[in-house]
Design a protein around this ligand. Structure first.
Ligand SMILES: O=C(O)CCC(=O)C(=O)O
Ligand SMILES: [Fe+2]
Length: 259
């Protein structure tokens, strides 16, 4: 039986090499880059997003709106569909960010300075090419779940990651609520029996005795947490719009981005 080690702190930690490595090892709950984007930059992104409009996930209840694609949706449908859709998703992403700034680029620059010189968009092979990174979402509620490519993408390059983080930049934060709760419990294969049939959600009994960190959405802040940890988004008052992607650590230490 796996014993969960207690986190060293419940505070929001700053971005540096030591904290980033601690987050990969699940020794701290999150890193927050306060004021990653100015309110003007966020407003411009939000305006551009409204012009394009959200698509909604198929078979996801409660509904989650998004611009861009996720590997998760293509996990059972094959790679071709995902990589075929990368170009369109990238065009939309560039259209939105050209009116303000490019969050993926800004974060990769910060990571190269603080953590590792090798930070890249994930790459499949000569046939399929690059992944997409930079998913824009409108989430009102997200059920208890994890995001871990060893489970979601065993036959894809990203399935080789040894640990996985996710970053979210809050472009529009609710006036109240909308907290992302991250539990100090990392997914293990035997947890699959707690999955709710026909849903991406897991049974809450899994985390009933786990430590929990409340990540409060603040416009302009970027929060990174270990996405192998069970997490959920609570309802809030007002719109909640984010840009995000995963960050995987490859066996050789390189960092890769994808959505
Ligand atoms: O919107 C958030 O705060 C987190 C959403 C989520 O489940 C994720 O980014 O993996
Ligand atoms: Fe998630």
């Amino acid at each position: 039986m796996l014993r969960a080690t207690k986190w060293l702190t419940f505070n929001d930690c700053e971005m540096n090499q030591k904290n980033f490595q601690a987050l990969l090892r699940n020794e701290i709950p999150s890193i927050r880059i306060s004021k990653f984007a100015s309110s003007e930059e966020c407003n411009k992104l939000a305006l551009a997003i409204e012009k394009i409009g959200f698509d909604f996930y198929k078979n996801v209840e409660p509904p989650i709106g998004r611009i861009g694609i996720t590997q998760f949706e293509y996990g059972n449908r094959g790679k071709f569909g995902y990589f075929d859709a990368v170009k369109k998703a990238t065009t939309n992403y560039n259209q939105v960010t050209s009116l303000s700034f490019d969050p993926v680029k800004r974060l990769t620059t910060i990571l190269r300075q603080h953590v590792s010189s090798k930070v890249q968009i994930a790459y499949e092979n000569e046939v399929y090419g690059y992944y997409f990174a930079g998913l824009i979402r409108q989430i009102n509620i997200a059920l208890l779940h994890i995001d871990f490519a060893q489970l979601d993408a065993p036959d894809w390059q990203i399935g080789n990651i040894t640990s996985q983080l996710v970053w979210n930049l809050y472009l529009k934060a609710p006036s109240q609520g909308g907290v992302c709760k991250v539990y100090n419990r990392q997914w293990q294969p035997e947890d699959e029996k707690y999955k709710t049939p026909g849903s991406y959600g897991y049974d809450y009994s899994l985390v009933s005795s786990s430590e929990v960190k409340h990540n409060i959405p603040l416009t302009g802040d970027l929060v990174i947490f270990n996405s192998r940890n069970f997490h959920e988004v609570l309802p809030g008052i007002g719109e909640r719009i984010t840009i995000s992607s995963f960050i995987g650590k490859m066996p050789g230490g390189d960092l890769i981005f994808w959505s």
